[in-house]
Design a protein around this ligand. Structure first.
Ligand code: NI
Length: 182
């Protein structure tokens, strides 16, 4: 077990596109274990490898307690998404202290590989769809705070700038952010 440091958006690697996984070996399995360990230690439900500084297209999600799934997703690809959106609050271990409303497709279909390289597809809705989209965005160098509604984004601009400078949540302007989805 290895709990690894989770990068915040102060780190430029969070904005880089991760490389496809091509080797399904022991090293990949160790990486998956580290991802779960680091995610649980931080109290999260999803983590992408880039968040621990590994620019590979692998991510983990554990939403078993919420009635969904726990799995490792290697080289995930969005196949289909619903036009219908869901509202909900989103947070990210790389953006500590911020939880903000963001509209996402209600339903998605995603193709991915497991740790052995075997191909699968998953259909997911609500929170599981949100988690898949959030983590897949990380693999493309995208962070949820850059997808907020313009007015909302503007209202948290100062704190996002603070996080990017490496400040901790207690230094934010208006902690904590608990805004109701509207
Ligand atoms: Ni995240």
């Amino acid at each position: 077990m290895a709990v690894r440091k989770i990068l915040t958006i102060a780190d430029p690697r969070l904005y880089q596109v991760s490389e496809p996984v091509t080797k399904f070996d022991r090293k990949l399995r160790d990486l998956a274990r580290d991802l779960f360990d680091s995610m649980y230690a931080a109290g999260g439900v999803g983590l992408a490898a880039v968040q621990i500084g590994v620019l590979k297209r692998i991510m983990v999600i554990d939403l078993l307690k919420e009635g969904f799934y726990k799995a490792v997703f290697v080289n995930p690809v969005l196949i289909e998404k619903s036009q219908e959106l869901q509202q909900g609050e989103e947070g990210c271990l790389s953006v500590p202290g911020l939880s903000l409303p963001l509209a996402r497709p209600k339903w998605v279909k995603v193709a991915y590989q497991d740790l052995m390289g075997k191909e699968h597809t998953i259909e997911a809705e609500m929170l599981m769809a949100r988690a898949l989209l959030h983590e897949m965005d990380h693999l493309d160098g995208k962070v949820f705070v850059d997808q907020l509604e313009p007015d909302l984004r503007l209202s948290v601009e100062e704190d996002i700038a603070l996080i990017k400078k490496g400040a901790e949540p207690r230094h934010y302007k208006v902690p904590p952010y608990r805004r109701k989805a509207s």
